[in-house]
Ligand binder design. Sequence first.
Ligand code: COA
Length: 200
Amino acid sequence: MTDLRNTPVALPSQGAPFAIRAERASDVAAREALLDACFGDNRHERTCQRLRDGRAPAEGLALSAVRRGRLIGTVRLWHVSAGGVPALILGPLAVEQSCRKLGVGAALMARALAAAIERGHRAVILLGDAPYYARFGFSTAKTADLILPGSFERERLLGLELQDGALDGAWGMIVPTGASASKARGVRGRKSARLVPHAA
Ligand SMILES: CC(C)(COP(=O)(O)OP(=O)(O)OC[C@H]1O[C@@H](n2cnc3c(N)ncnc32)[C@H](O)[C@@H]1OP(=O)(O)O)[C@@H](O)C(=O)NCCC(=O)NCCS
């Protein structure tokens, strides 16, 4: 299993290293501010948001990048059915403006994909810029017959098979299948309560 405790990532030339770790509840305010800055106030109206509304991210697949104790990047993956084929949808991925081109985005992607593989997930889909995501293996090769619940640019719907053939026959609407956010909070709350004695 991927170890998501703070793992320092050396920066080749500039500044302090950053770490990738599991997202925490205390990240919420900084994460929301980062997403507002990156995607604007109307980000909740984007088509991919329809796949996230009211849902919890897939277990273990919400990650934060932190530098000097400050959140500088985020990525999440979500359960979907891609025309009947189980998959994850990745997004949003965002890195604070002042920390870009330092490999933070690549580190978030690498860690997220490794964690998805280790958890047995078979395919990842996203809506994004092919020139960026091609370096991680994403392409339109297996997404031509998929559609999203809203308007989208076909050339930005990209897929990556974590297991060969995972997106074979993926045809039709991509729909959310993850746990509801409130249920997931309840489960986590109960888990935390059970964990309290161990934390002492
Ligand atoms: C995309 C993003 C997450 C990349 O983060 P990052 O930490 O700068 O990424 P990395 O350091 O791993 O990679 C940087 C490289 O990707 C390139 N790149 C960044 N965004 C790109 C894009 N949309 N298309 C093509 N290349 C892109 C950079 O030019 C840079 O290239 P270089 O290595 O040749 O200098 C960041 O630019 C960001 O948050 N953008 C705003 C939100 C966004 O667009 N999210 C993705 C949705 S498609």
